[in-house]
Design a protein around this ligand. Sequence first.
Ligand SMILES: Nc1ncnc2c1ncn2[C@@H]1O[C@H](COP(=O)(O)OP(=O)(O)OP(=O)(O)O)[C@@H](O)[C@H]1O
Ligand SMILES: [Mg+2]
Length: 223
Amino acid sequence: MLQIKNISKYYGNNVIFKDISFDVKKGEVVSIVGPSGSGKSTLLKCLNRLENYDSGKILLNNTDIKDMKITELRQKIGLVFQEYNLFEHLTVLENLTIGLIKILHFSKEEAERKAITMLRKVGLDEKKYNYPDELSGGQQQRVAIIRTVLMKPQIILLDEPTSALDKEMKKEVLKLIDEMVKDDMTLIIVSHEEEFVKKISDRIFKMKNHTLKEIRYEKTKAI
Ligand SMILES: Nc1ncnc2c1ncn2[C@@H]1O[C@H](COP(=O)(O)OP(=O)(O)OP(=O)(O)O)[C@@H](O)[C@H]1O
Ligand SMILES: [Mg+2]
């Protein structure tokens, strides 16, 4: 489904990563770990062209992502950041429906129906008229994730979705991601939650020394 072929990325003269290649199949969960500053976020941003890469190719269903319209690409590859995902001036419900209405052209009623069904699933329907700053960090992140899920992208990228959260809030978000895995979504996750990553991933890669290496791991061993 997604093929990353020999991509390299520089910021000025600084090499961030070099010659990275890997494939992601439909329904696979691939995790990326590695030290801070190693380029994990930059790699995810390259996948939906929030950042440009300097060489190599990225193919989605055999089409070079540079030949796709940005809006089409971002509809097919959704990215959830660590924090600051929601529009602060919109209610939870408006945050969830804006993309469905403006990009996927659902009617307001239909978009709201879908959004509310999803909110019920994650136990947040009573928050639909609240603004993001009236929600806990974990609740906000769950809204951000289901907003991306509602758009039905082919692949969802999650960049440290729990690192800004305390222990209890983390649990709620990890539970939601676990359900996404069970729903056979195709995910690329950057996370420091070793135990969780080992539990849900089909493959784990480590970003280090400007390159990505697949890690062989056993459930009981630390990475
Ligand atoms: N816009 C930019 N301009 C120049 N350098 C950048 C830019 N964005 C990131 N970098 C540098 O690129 C490197 C990789 O950053 P990146 O954010 O991808 O790391 P990361 O692995 O996600 O780290 P963390 O685990 O802390 O999130 C860092 O050295 C960073 O300083
Ligand atoms: Mg990062």
